[in-house]
Design a protein around this ligand. Sequence first.
Ligand SMILES: Nc1c(C(=O)O)ncn1[C@@H]1O[C@H](COP(=O)(O)O)[C@@H](O)[C@H]1O
Length: 157
Amino acid sequence: MDTATEKAPLVGIIMGSKSDMPVMEGCTAELDALGVPYELVIASAHRNPAKVHEWAESAADRGVKVIVAAAGKAAHLGGVVAAFTPLPVIGVPMKTSDLGGLDSLLSMVQMPSGVPVACVAINGAKNAAIYATQILGATMPEYRDAIAQLKRDMAEA
Ligand SMILES: Nc1c(C(=O)O)ncn1[C@@H]1O[C@H](COP(=O)(O)O)[C@@H](O)[C@H]1O
């Protein structure tokens, strides 16, 4: 399932399996709430490396500014994507039934020097959306304003 919002995507979301989708709906819902256009692709670095390569290498040319990569278990996807793009990559380690997501977290966060993947909490899909929007907000005032409003809403609540 490959999808995108109608406006040109600024965030590229990739996940290793459609089984990650229920958690990652927390990311798309937050991006929708913040008004950030995104594209979404399901592709595994293990099962379909050619598709991951092509998608990651062409992301910047499509106008994508930040990538969110979600994967569970041997979660190499974010690192592989980071190898093929100059864009910042935010990893979302998926909770797993066997090792509770510690497997995903450690395989995602322990990147070799020179190829960073910024990693949120296990199942931290919403925070990945907020962090991606904050990165956009560094240069795009409308997204800085959206984050400022989110903070006001949280304080109010
Ligand atoms: N970690 C990876 C990668 C990868 O890193 O390329 N590809 C799939 N997966 C993960 O395997 C888990 C189980 O996938 P299935 O449910 O399809 O068996 C998912 O959490 C997925 O992200």
